[in-house]
Design a protein. Structure first.
Length: 302
């Protein structure tokens, strides 16, 4: 598994990271349906065995289930995997920033569940655009970083275009954003600008919530509790049409997973492509992507 530097930080992370939202069930935040704890544990263990060293989670994933899972399974100490978690979601959903006391309590709970004295990366979780550019929003994070609870701070944005607002904030070291073959907003100058500023970029939704895995089509149905079951038929048809238009660019014998990850990892400005998985077998499909190098047409990120 290749590694890449995380912006200007001293951290290096596997260029494919594991996202744990699919492992968390529906408590706290609607997801992909019920979760089998044993299968979730096997998936995390498979990721470790595959050489994945970046694990992405959030306090709201399964009301803490995902963080607790990682806390139990990931080793600590020198050379431990890099943990990235997020907070503030419920406050942001109400259109307001969390106050310092509430935020400190939330981060403290994440530290306990993750069993880490220092959380490597802590991100604001989908703040509304009108808050992203305000310095007061980041002060609670700065306080906790100064107290040694957080290593690096940043923002996870709902739309890539909102990442521009985060780039302007000197407090932000890491920006997490959606980027995939069907959603290329980040490729409209944002990635190169982030590299110029030394900001790390973590790409999420790189398989477009499974639609770029090659498993689903317009007639696909989903289990009860899976948020994708509510997608209108016309939306699924549109996704299938967009994917069909990309088919000529897929190399002979290349899976949709490999094709999709190649597109993301072709950009050296991206430190890691975060892939959500629900089964240990899905981890095997990521091993090839873990060896990819950026296209020589792009300048090296570091």
């Amino acid at each position: 598994m290749r590694t890449r530097r995380l912006g200007k930080t001293a951290l290096r992370v596997s260029q494919v990271g594991l996202g744990t939202w699919p492992l968390a069930g529906n408590a706290g935040l609607a997801g992909y349906g019920s979760v089998d704890p044993e299968r979730a544990e096997a998936t995390v263990r498979a990721a470790l065995e595959a050489g994945i060293t970046l694990f992405d989670t959030a306090g709201i994933y399964g009301d803490g289930f995902a963080e607790s899972l990682l806390g139990r399974l990931l080793p600590g100490g020198e050379g431990a995997p890099v943990l990235c978690t997020k907070g503030g979601f419920s406050h942001f959903a109400q259109g307001r920033a969390p106050d310092r006391r509430a935020f400190k309590a939330e981060v403290a709970a994440s530290r306990d569940r993750l069993r880490r004295e220092v959380i490597d990366i802590y991100l604001l979780h989908n703040p509304p655009p009108f808050l992203i550019g305000l310095p007061d929003v980041y002060r609670p994070l700065q306080d906790l970083r100064d107290h040694g609870w957080i290593g690096h701070i940043g923002v996870s944005v709902a739309r890539a275009i909102d990442g521009w607002l985060a780039l302007d904030r000197p407090e932000v070291e890491v920006v997490q954003l959606p980027f995939n073959l069907l959603n290329t907003q980040a490729d409209q100058g944002l990635l190169s600008r982030a590299a110029d500023l030394g900001k790390a970029v973590l790409a999420r939704e790189v398989l477009a919530n499974g639609w770029l895995s090659g498993r689903y089509g317009p007639a696909s149905t989903f289990a009860a509790g899976d948020f994708r079951q509510h997608l209108p038929a016309e939306v699924k048809a549109a996704i299938a049409g967009d994917r069909a238009a990309l088919e000529p660019y897929r190399r002979p014998g290349e899976s949709w997973v490999d094709f999709s990850l190649r597109f993301v990892l072709d950009r050296p400005e991206i430190s890691s492509a975060i892939v959500g998985a629900r089964h240990p077998q899905q981890i095997e499909a990521l091993s090839k992507a873990g060896t990819l190098s950026p296209s020589p047409s792009w300048h090296p990120a570091d």
